[in-house]
Design a protein around this ligand. Structure first.
Ligand code: ASP
Length: 441
């Protein structure tokens, strides 16, 4: 019998997980059962993906750079990548602001709902934690991000997934130095990293064997821990505006793919779908990175020289979905709490959301932390911040799932555009995700 394609397997796992989650909410013991006995399998899967993120970046970036043979090419790729990332993020924020101003989701929120949301979430641990994290971020100088990109200890950088930019910095430094000492002398190291690269890609394949079961666990646990249904419904208009914006971003990417790479956009979406479904299930661009890289390289045909740089950098600094959400959420909160936000305020949002997208960690819920910074930049009163966050907290997890899909789709699109522009968009070289699995059984 022909095996179902991976994205169908994952999709079935997701749907069954959602149904199972709903059934479990019907039992008094359901939530505990899912949290204690089902969720751990999802968590293990996410940990496995994160486990290989750093070795993957290291091995594939070294391979990408050392295959370049010429450093000036790398500068080309680097500048284009950063430039296009900035542009797509700007489009996302402006689109979000246009939609939220046009559709005004905050105006219909009654005082009663605001009170209820405030009571439920404003003093809760989560909102307090978000504020505390945000103030840590805020006390930094304007060049802090440059300073933070340079590690003072390579091993320490590699020991923390949040320091991915530091690992990228070290790896580029190492790769360029390898180029400079010449092929012959760099050969042993290059062989080592080439081999490591293949091994790590096989690890991705092996982890993906459990993806359909893991997404079942992840989605079941999201469903059982969802908030009060009435509160979710009260926010449906706001959530609708965010989701509409995110869908329009996907449309925007398909246009970019068509215009700049002349590829069929539906083919692009189909090939990326396993990564998108994982982004949705895990709410983490960082955890999805190994799969995004595999799809882009093997199924889309982007050369490693491009993808090995563009994708890890994108996972950390390019978050179009998150930026769009920040624009919508900030204006929504202002509308709901009758805080006056003139045009100049909205322009400030564009700038801070752009910077916030660079500083947002690629993990669940990080976008909300940076939202605090966006709100404060427009002079939103500090004493009302907790109320503002409480307003959108109930729907944050589902929106996080959607925006993470956009975040990784944006990275994949830009990697195609950059690859095309430097003549590195080739034919897909599809390796089945369970190739050679039979051999090791
Ligand atoms: N979860 C998002 C990501 O990993 C970040 C966010 O918007 O919270 O891409």
């Amino acid at each position: 019998m022909r095996k179902l394609e991976l994205h169908w397997q994952i999709l079935i796992g997701m749907v069954l997980g959602i149904v199972f989650g709903f059934v479990m909410t019907g039992f008094s013991w359901g939530q505990n059962f899912v949290t204690d006995w089902i969720k751990p399998f999802g968590t293990i899967f996410v940990k496995l993906l994160k486990l290989i993120a750093i070795p993957l970046i290291l091995a594939s970036l070294i391979k990408g750079i050392s295959d370049l043979k010429d450093i000036s090419k790398f500068r080309n790729i680097g500048l284009r990548t950063i430039g296009i990332y900035m542009c797509t993020t700007l489009v996302a924020i402006v689109l979000g602001l246009l939609l939220v101003n046009l559709l005004q989701p905050g105006d219909g929120i009654s005082d009663e709902t605001i009170d209820k949301l405030t009571q439920t979430y404003a003093t809760g641990e989560d909102v307090q934690r978000i504020q505390a994290n945000a103030s840590k971020q805020q006390n930094k100088g304007p060049l802090a991000f440059l300073e933070e990109m340079v590690p003072d200890n390579a091993i320490a950088a590699m020991s923390n997934n949040r320091l991915m930019l530091q690992v990228i910095f070290f790896t580029i430094f190492l790769g360029i130095s390898m180029l400079l000492i010449g092929e012959e002398r760099a050969k042993p190291l290059k062989n080592f990293f080439d081999s490591l690269n293949e091994v790590v890609l096989k690890m991705v394949d092996l982890i993906m064997l459990i993806a359909p079961y893991a997404v079942f666990a992840l989605l079941a646990s999201v469903v059982v821990s969802a908030g009060d249904k009435d509160l979710l419904l009260a926010l449906v208009k706001y959530a609708g505006v965010v989701v509409l914006g995110l869908i329009l971003m996907i449309v925007f990417y398909t246009i970019l793919v068509t215009v700049f790479t002349k590829k069929n956009p539906l083919w692009f979406l189909k090939e990326m779908s396993p990564a998108q479904l994982l982004a949705f299930s895990t709410s983490s661009s960082a955890a999805t990175l190994p799969v995004t890289m595999e799809r882009v390289e093997e199924h889309i045909g982007v050369d490693k020289e491009v993808s090995s740089f563009v994708l890890p950098v994108g996972a950390t600094i390019n978050m179009d979905g998150t930026s769009l959400y920040q624009g919508v959420a900030a204006v929504f909160i202002a509308q709901a709490l009758a805080f006056d936000l003139p045009l100049s305020g909205q322009l400030t949002i564009i700038l801070t959301a752009l910077l916030a997208s660079i500083g947002t960690a690629a993990v669940p819920g990080a976008g909300m932390v940076m939202l605090v910074i966006v709100l404060e930049s427009v002079g939103f009163p500090a004493d009302k911040l907790a109320i503002g966050l409480a307003l959108i907290f109930a729907v944050d997890r589902p929106l996080d799932m959607f925006r993470t899909v956009v975040n990784i789709t944006g990275d994949a699109t830009v990697s195609m555009m950059v690859a095309k522009s430097v003549g590195k968009l080739g034919k897909p070289n599809v390796q089945e995700w369970d190739d050679h699995y039979e051999e090791v059984k």
